[in-house]
Design a protein around this ligand. Structure first.
Ligand SMILES: [Zn+2]
Length: 256
């Protein structure tokens, strides 16, 4: 059994209410040693923390997701800031920029994201960054806070952007998207990047991999992501597990 860490998994969501314990059971059996749960909006903070408190292997993040910009209000960020100062959470996020909806308020997104990055730098907590059609602006923001670090999850930028993020101390998260044979550009990226800068994630219940396409994603299926990285890079899965897990352990200051 290979030691793995799911660095991005929304196991707190209501869709898992009926089978969460069972899915976590199979995740632990698969060799997963820790699961990082990113927050989406303030309404979910309490239930997320309640789920995270059930098992020391579940690590809570806290942040405001850019896709829910309209749902966030001023007091919400104060709650993120309050939690950031405590050991209750291990990461700041999910936060970031998403430009897929061209009507979304980019300035408001950037301002909210900047506040998260500043918080991460202040409290030395890793960021869980969402960057969709916005990697360049994410780079511009994180460049202003050299003390901040973390993961750009479900990375889908260019090799050059990946290299710039790595130089700034960030790691890149890859999940189910790389398991699709037609994802040639993404798979090429996984091949070219230093393994030390890659971390694995499921993003469950989203981004289900090729094998289970059409089903609700779950943390145990991180194994498919691992096997895909190993296959693309033609490296033993043991080596990929060991190195990507070591990177995640360092990011989240874990003791396995
Ligand atoms: Zn997410």
């Amino acid at each position: 059994m290979l030691p793995l860490i799911d660095t991005h998994c929304h196991i707190d969501l209501a869709v898992f209410e009926q089978n969460r314990e069972q899915l976590l059971g199979s995740a632990w059996q698969t060799g997963i040693k820790a699961i990082v749960i990113p927050a989406i909006n303030a309404a979910d903070f309490d239930s997320l923390l309640a789920v995270a408190h059930t098992d020391s292997r579940l690590l809570a993040g806290c942040g405001l997701h850019p896709l829910y910009l309209k749902h966030h209000c001023e007091g919400d960020f104060e709650r993120v800031a309050g939690l950031a100062a405590t050991d209750t959470i291990c990461a700041i996020g999910e936060c970031g920029l998403d430009y897929t909806d061209k009507h979304s308020d980019k300035i408001a997104q950037q301002s909210l994201f900047t506040r998260h990055v500043a918080l991460a730098a202040e409290f030395d907590k890793p960021l869980l960054i969402h960057a969709n059609k916005a990697v360049e602006d994410v780079l511009l923001t994180v460049q202003k806070y050299p003390a901040a670090r973390g993961i750009v999850h479900s990375f889908n930028g260019s090799l050059q952007q990946a290299q710039r993020l790595i130089e700034l101390g960030y790691s890149l998260g890859f999940g189910g998207a790389i398991t699709y044979p037609r994802a040639t550009r993404l798979r090429q990226l996984v091949k070219q990047l230093p393994l030390q800068s890659i971390v694995l994630e499921t993003d469950a219940p989203f981004q289900t991999g090729f094998t289970h396409s059409g089903e609700t994603n779950q943390p145990a299926w991180l194994l498919e992501v691992l096997e895909t990285v190993a296959e693309i890079r033609q490296q033993p899965a043991e080596e990929v597990a060991q190195i990507t897990t070591a990177t995640a352990v360092e990011i989240f200051s874990l003791e396995l």
